[in-house]
Ligand binder design. Structure first.
Ligand code: G3P
Length: 226
C-alpha cells in the first residue's frame, strides 16, 4: 500500500455532474491542494472516462469505481483491470452498494486487482459481509450501510455499532486489512468519530462533491484527522 497512507480520505465522484469531465479535474485539483497543504492522504474515485485526465493532472492516488474480473480478450463493454492501471489508477472500489457483485465475483475481482497491480477497496454493507470480504484478503474494506448513503446522516454517529462491529470482526479475521467507513459523512466531526471507532479513514461522496464549498469541507475533513 505504498501509495496510500492512513488516515485515508477517499472521495467517490460517482456519476455526479459536479464531478464529471472538467468539473472532475477541478475537484481533483482542490483535493490535491488540500492533500499537499495538510499532508493528509486523499484519494479520488472518478468515472472511468475521467481517470486519464485526472491522473495526468494531479499526483494524488486515483481509484476506479469498479473493475470486471476478466482477462484481456473478447469482453466487449467490460472494464479490464490492466487498462484501468494503465490509465493511471492505483486502485479500485469493488462491490460498491451501487455496483454490487456476487461473493464469487468479489473473490475473482480482488485477485485480478492484485494481479494487475491495483489496490482493492471492497465495500460491505455490514459486519457480516465485511467479514466475508476480509477472508478474500483485499487491501481495504469500506463499511457503508446503504440506507445512510447520500442522506447526510453520518454512519459514524447514526450506526456506530455497525462500524465498530465491522472493525472487530474484520481485524479478527485479517488484521492487515485497512478499514474505512462511509455514508452520510458531511463534517469534520463525523470523520473524527469514524476514526475513534477504529477505522483508518473514510469513503465519502456527496458530502464533498455536492458541497457548496468543496475546498472548505474537504479541508475540514483533513484537519480533523491531523
Ligand atoms: O462511496 C461513498 C458513498 O457511497 C457514501 O456516499 O454521499 O453518503 O458520502 P455519501
Amino acid at each position: 500500500m505504498t501509495k496510500v497512507r492512513t488516515p485515508f480520505i477517499l472521495v467517490n465522484f460517482k456519476t455526479y455532474s459536479e464531478a464529471t469531465g472538467r468539473n472532475a479535474v477541478r475537484l481533483a485539483e482542490i483535493a490535491e491542494r488540500i492533500s499537499l497543504e495538510t499532508e493528509v492522504c486523499i484519494g479520488l474515485a472518478p468515472q472511468f472516462v475521467d481517470i486519464v485526465s485526472i491522473s495526468s493532472t494531479v499526483s494524488i492516488p486515483v481509484f476506479a469505481q469498479h473493475i470486471d474480473p476478466i482477462a484481456a480478450g473478447s469482453f466487449t463493454g467490460h472494464i479490464l483491470p490492466e487498462a484501468v492501471r494503465e490509465a493511471g489508477a492505483i486502485g479500485t472500489l469493488i462491490n460498491h452498494s451501487e455496483r454490487r457483485l456476487k461473493l464469487v465475483d468479489i473473490d475473482t475481482t480482488v485477485r485480478r486487482a492484485r494481479e494487475s497491480g491495483l489496490l482493492s477497496v471492497v465495500c460491505a454493507n455490514n459486519a457480516i459481509v465485511g467479514s466475508a470480504a476480509a477472508a478474500l484478503n483485499p487491501n481495504m474494506i469500506a463499511v457503508e450501510p446503504p440506507e445512510l448513503i447520500g442522506t447526510g446522516i453520518p454512519v459514524s454517529k447514526a450506526k456506530p455499532e455497525v462500524v465498530s462491529g465491522t472493525v472487530d470482526q474484520v481485524k479478527r479475521i485479517n488484521p492487515d486489512v485497512v478499514i474505512l467507513c462511509g455514508a452520510g459523512i458531511t463534517r469534520g466531526e463525523d470523520v473524527a468519530a469514524a476514526l475513534r471507532l477504529g477505522t483508518e479513514g473514510i469513503l465519502v461522496a456527496s458530502g464533498i462533491v455536492k458541497a457548496k464549498e468543496p475546498y472548505e469541507v474537504l479541508m475540514e475533513f483533513a484537519e480533523s484527522v491531523t
